[in-house]
Design a protein around this ligand. Structure first.
Ligand SMILES: NC(=O)N[C@@H](CC(=O)O)C(=O)O
Ligand SMILES: [Zn+2]
Ligand SMILES: [Zn+2]
Length: 430
């Protein structure tokens, strides 16, 4: 089966040029002009109509909620949401029930992902048994079973001894360790960023040091253990500074930032609003500025959505009781393109590197994040010229808990291909 994508603006080496893309079975065969002269007529032709083609996006931080929490999301709906957002590879976090904390449970999830997903799914195993204890998983075993990394996302690893032993085990197995950093002795029972806005609203605050102090501990443990230590959803200026210093010292640390921490601050919380409740919380404008500076100077390696769907009931009522988390897969590219690329804070090429090439490289997701002959035909076709409104009823995720509903944005995903197959097409789904 061959597919020819005609008249695409292809993003390669930082440049957009009009070319055709020939796909043979699951891979890109050639990129150039008049490809049918050289290769003959394709079985299927897609006219890109001068729209932009990028390598499929890669998100290393997604909650698919299956098994066990399928009222919030399933592998089916979560990976359709991914395809709708232009993502072709996602990393599935282990805060599901049961937690993938044994080779057997990981193998089962990998098999389910392969069977049910519409995009590639890289599976996390947990770091410790049941994700919160101190007993370590069998790192070699979960790697053999197909885990690409380990994480206790949802909770921090509380004791240094457990974290150090985990890092040594993960390093030996060659698994990156992705840390949700949160010191429970410092976080108290907050529901939003600690500071003047929380005080004004009378809501309990989560201090920034509950994140940054644990990162400071962890980078030293990472240095001693030699693990690839990855910080999930970095959110404060102090955290960025600690990671920057650690990188300068030659420590093998990477980090991700979520779109909402780049786009919103606690000052956007003008009333008790559960749609703006997530962990880590929206921080101050100073923190947001430091995150953008960190992106620009390379301290922050990638953008990851932390797509965290919940039911409407779980996100209703007060921030005091609602669940932490917002969805992100279907809004990430367009909101970031509109807020960062249009005003020229970042180039399109930089945004695509942060959302595709870099995460694929740093997590060893072979084949992902590339748009070149020989690579898997994982790509997205984008309309960058016509604005549209983000609407809850157009989301393919089960979760509608997005603060970006109602935003006017550019960067609509028209079509997403995985392994050469169209998995999302605007005309079929919208
Ligand atoms: N980010 C969140 O607010 N929630 C996540 C957990 C997490 O990423 O820590 C979730 O699983 O709902
Ligand atoms: Zn987390
Ligand atoms: Zn998460």
């Amino acid at each position: 089966m061959s597919t020819l994508i005609k008249a695409a603006q292809v993003l390669q080496a930082g440049q957009l040029t009009t070319q055709d893309i020939l796909i043979q079975d699951s891979r890109i065969k050639a990129i150039g002009h008049n490809l049918n002269q050289q290769y003959g007529a394709a079985d299927q032709v897609i006219c890109a109509d001068q729209h932009v083609v990028i390598p499929g996006l890669v998100d290393v931080h997604v909650h698919l909620r299956e098994p066990g929490l399928t009222d919030k999301e399933t592998i089916d709906t979560g990976t359709m949401a991914a395809a709708h957002g232009g993502f072709t590879t996602v990393g599935a976090m282990p805060n599901v029930e049961p937690v993938p904390d044994t080779p057997e449970k990981v193998a089962l999830m990998v098999a389910e992902n392969t069977q049910k997903a519409h995009v590639h799914v890289a599976q996390y195993a947990s770091i410790t048994k049941n994700r919160t204890g101190d007993e370590l998983v069998d790192f070699e075993g979960v790697k053999q079973a197909g885990a690409f990394a380990v994480s206790n996302d949802g909770s921090g690893v509380q004791t240094a001894g457990t974290m150090y032993q985990a890092m040594c085990g993960a390093a030996k197995a060659g698994l990156p360790l992705a840390a949700h950093v949160e010191d429970e002795s410092l976080k108290r029972d907050g529901v939003m960023n600690a500071g003047p806005v929380a005080d004004k609203l009378g809501l309990p605050g989560i201090p920034g040091i509950s994140e940054s102090a644990q990162i400071a501990r962890d980078v030293l443990l990472a240095e001693a253990s030699g693990v690839h230590y990855h910080v999930c959803h970095i959110s404060t200026a102090a955290s960025v500074r600690v990671v920057r210093d650690a990188k300068r010292a030659g420590i093998n640390v990477t980090c991700e930032v979520s779109p909402h921490h780049l786009l919103l601050t606690d000052e956007d919380i003008t009333m008790d609003n559960p749609m703006l409740k997530m962990n880590p919380p929206l921080r101050s404008p100073k923190d947001r500025a430091a995150l953008i500076a960190g992106l620009l100077d390379g301290t922050i390696d990638m953008i990851a959505t932390d797509h965290a769907p919940h039911t409407d009931a779980q996100k209703a009522g007060s921030m005091r009781t609602a669940a932490f988390g917002i969805t992100g897969l279907e809004t990430a590219f367009a909101t970031l393109y509109t807020a960062l690329v249009k005003p020229r804070l970042l180039t399109l090429s930089q945004l695509v590197a942060l959302m595709s090439t870099r995460p694929a490289e740093l997590f060893g997701l072979t084949g992902a994040g590339q748009l070149k002959p020989g690579a898997p035909a994982d790509l997205a076709i984008l309309d960058l010229t016509h604005p549209y409104e983000i609407k809850a009823n157009q989301m393919l995720s089960k979760g509608h808990n997005s603060p970006f509903v109602g935003w006017q944005v550019y960067g609509n995903v028209l079509m997403t291909l995985v392994d050469g197959q169209v998995v999302y097409g605007k005309d079929q789904h919208a």
